[in-house]
Design a protein around this ligand. Structure first.
Ligand code: AN0
Ligand code: CP
Length: 315
């Protein structure tokens, strides 16, 4: 594997899931795979899970790890031919090449600005690093995707499913802040290649981009969508159509234990975290038997370790 920035980079999903589960059963099996190699993680935005699980994954493979908070005054220029007489101190051409001198693999977290849709969906930061870094690039959540999260989600569904092809519902849920579409976009992208029946439910105006939703069943009625669901994956996202806007915060969309039990098939509850209690989902769900969010977070390590191992093989 060269880079890992979308589902397209997982050419053999079943093999990748199998590798992750093998590593989960025996975390230090490949303890020398990354010997004398350095992982460099750049965080243009904060993280709890992605940062710690990716560091742990690299350490379990014997790598050395350097993480950098790149969100405090390190502003990069991306335009070709820019006259750099304003705020940006360094061009990505140098920055990406320089980081490649110190790291054998580079991980990058970069959220969208949620103001300029075209710019966000062009994946300016991750694409520039892919172009100008000589080291492979792993997405730690970019403007439009969060592939390490989605791989962990696939693994979690695989572990908890009770039937060969479970019904999985991705449900929009309310939130107080405007959040990226990266997690839901990516979840849809990965569920399409997993062995599941996927339904997406969201209020009108929250439709995800066509490039992700093509061929996917969209149901505006949350109750109908939940019928027979084995897994309910909740996430808030801001509008793609009215880009970056919060169009409603309707508490009728909050996930409740009653919905999981009586609307769905006693569905397992999933969320990438962090989650706003009693806004996205009520306490009774997170504190009850249906929630598998901590298992999901646990699987972030094994997902990252499988990906990093495959990227190491390509060095
Ligand atoms: C981010 C998001 O929605 O993309 C990170 C989730 C993994 N969420 C928040 O910042 C609350
Ligand atoms: N789920 C997830 O990516 O969480 P962090 O933002 O804490 O990394």
């Amino acid at each position: 594997m060269k880079n890992f920035t979308s589902a397209k980079d997982a050419s053999d999903l079943a093999g990748l899931v199998q590798l992750a589960r093998e590593i989960k059963a025996d975390p230090f099996k490949y303890r020398d795979a990354g010997k004398d190699k350095t992982m460099g993680l750049l965080f243009f935005n904060p993280s709890l899970r992605t940062r710690l699980s990716t560091e742990k994954a690299a350490l379990n493979l014997g790598m050395q790890v350097i993480s950098m908070n790149a969100d405090q005054g390190w502003t990069l220029e991306f335009e070709e031919g820019a006259i750099m007489n304003a705020g940006s101190a360094e061009h990505v051409k140098e920055a990406a090449a320089v980081v490649s001198q110190y790291a054998d693999i580079i991980g990058i977290r970069t959220f969208p600005g949620l103001k300029d849709r075209e710019k966000d969906y062009s994946e300016q930061v991750i694409e520039a690093f892919k172009r100008y870094a000589s080291a492979p690039i792993i997405s730690l959540e970019s403007a439009t995707r969060h592939p390490l999260q989605s791989l962990a989600d696939v693994i979690t569904i695989e572990e908890f499913k009770k039937k060969d092809r479970p019904k999985v519902v991705l449900s929009w849920a309310p939130h107080v802040r405007a959040l990226p579409q990266a997690v839901p976009n990516s979840f849809v992208e990965w569920m399409k290649i997993a062995n599941v029946d996927l339904v997406v439910t969201n209020p009108e105006g929250y439709e995800l981009a066509d490039e992700f939703m093509e061929g996917v069943h969209l149901e505006y009625d949350q109750k109908k969508a939940f019928e027979g669901a084995d897994f309910v994956y909740a996430k808030n996202w801001s509008s793609y159509r009215e880009y970056g806007q919060i169009l409603n915060q309707d508490p009728a969309w909050t996930i409740t234990q009653d919905k999981l039990v009586n609307w769905a098939n006693d569905a397992r509850f999933m969320h990438c975290l962090p989650v706003r209690r009693n806004v996205v989902v009520e306490d009774a769900v997170l504190d009850g038997p249906n929630s598998i969010v901590i298992s999901q977070a646990n699987n972030r390590t094994w997902a990252a370790q499988a990906v990093v191992k495959q990227v190491l093989e390509g060095l």
